[in-house]
Design a protein around this ligand. Sequence first.
Ligand code: NAP
Ligand code: MG
Length: 501
Amino acid sequence: MSSTSTAFQLHSSVTSFVSTTRKMLIGKDWVESVSGKSFPVYDPATGELLATVTEGDKEDINRAVKAAREAFDSGPWSKMTASERGRLIWRLADLLEKHTEEFAQLESLDNGKPLAVARAADVPLAVDLFRYMAGWATKIEGTTIPISVPYTPGAEYLAYTKREPVGVVGQIIPWNFPLLMAVWKLGPALATGCTVVLKPAEQTPLTALLLGELILEAGFPAGVVNIVPGYGETAGAALAAHPDVDKVAFTGSTEVGKLIVQAAAGNLKKVTLELGGKSPNIVLNDADVELAIQGAANAIFFNHGQCCAAGSRLYAHQNVYDKVVEGVATIADKIRVGAGLDPSTEMGPLVSEEQLRRVCGYIESGKGDGAKAVAGGERLGDKGYFVKPTILTDVKQNMKVVQEEIFGPVVTAMPFKDVEEIIPVANDTVYGLAAGIWTSDLSKAHKIASHLRAGTVWINCYNIFDAALPFGGYKQSGWGREMGRDALDLYTEVKSVCIRL
Ligand code: NAP
Ligand code: MG
């Protein structure tokens, strides 16, 4: 394992960013919490204090919602043309791109992910999403509808629909892709003309706060985006329950997703949810086995398995099972695990001590149920939150490690005999976020894809995300979609206008 984060020469603006207590963004000002309290943020590679952040609570959410409400109801934002909105979002994308290195370093420090990954994936995907959504701002259209009202014979009407912004949106995001999750949520909200109160995860609030600085620099009017770091049980719950919030968009655990739905019931605010997954990755006997092995390893080990779409259940046809498991195990054993800022690191630490305990707890539970770790199967070192890339074999479908989301670098592997047998097994969890199929028979792949109850099916690839491609879950993996045109619909209300001519 490599050395700690501190050996790396950080960009001076990153060093200065983490050296003072970070404030929250309300209106156009950086302010302290009403309570005056702050909370610690840790470096997951060392477990040491990384930064201190002001702790938002109910009072701060109230202030932020008020600012967002004013900006939506009567501020300059409410009068801005779609083209002006689009240009602001584009400018924000340009600024983010210009500061790629700072964002990548800060993300790596805060979340633990390899710097190279943050540079190549997290930041560019965020930039691209903003550009994609900037283009949509001028293309949010209604329709004209021919109506023929039977009880007003002879009358003529002009009827049309408009798509209007849903209003003030509360956005609550997790720690696995802190910047990207913020951007996935902000992009469609801003393109449609909503205003936002964003609550980042307590473990990883830093890049969202840095983004707040660029939002002001880009010229967004006061109150359009407010960023309130704090804990889920306090700030998050207050936001989800707030009577002046029109919609809440949440990404995180299915358990908390259910609490969000309950909290939203008070004023029946709109709710979209992007929740957990336990995605099956199916290797058929006619697959390009080398490709499938690489793909299966990437499906689970990318971002240390801390992906809601992680391919955490590997099912391989019995003819190729041994080869696939051996191949993935060989990759797992070679992955260089270390601090995110170490250039040789391929996999970083888990995000927190809590996740470390959780993931190790699952590994022990699997072993207790009779599973065998053919790679990894334990913590790595005793400093930082590192876990070895792990493959569990000899598992049964009803085991906890096969049914529940582990959210770490742990994949279960099971053989199967024929395709018909594997489809119901693949569908047999409460989740339905994603799935993978590896085969050289595309006709078969299309058929299997149509039977999988999942929001995304990857064929001969995995973890392919694009701003234009909707992403979201079936079953308990969520409500609604992020990205693509579908995301925009969920940030608008449809208004029917009917004129008697
Ligand atoms: P989580 O508890 O669901 O947290 C997600 C967000 O919701 C965080 O900002 C969290 O605040 C906030 N939150 C927590 N309780 C809340 C409440 N009662 N009301 C409103 N907001 C609340 O997820 P986690 O604890 O970070 O991770 C646990 C599990 O969530 C993972 O193991 C995984 O299963 C799932 N997860 C899924 C995704 C995904 O992309 N689908 C991403 C991350 C995690 P805090 O900042 O205080 O935590
Ligand atoms: Mg939490």
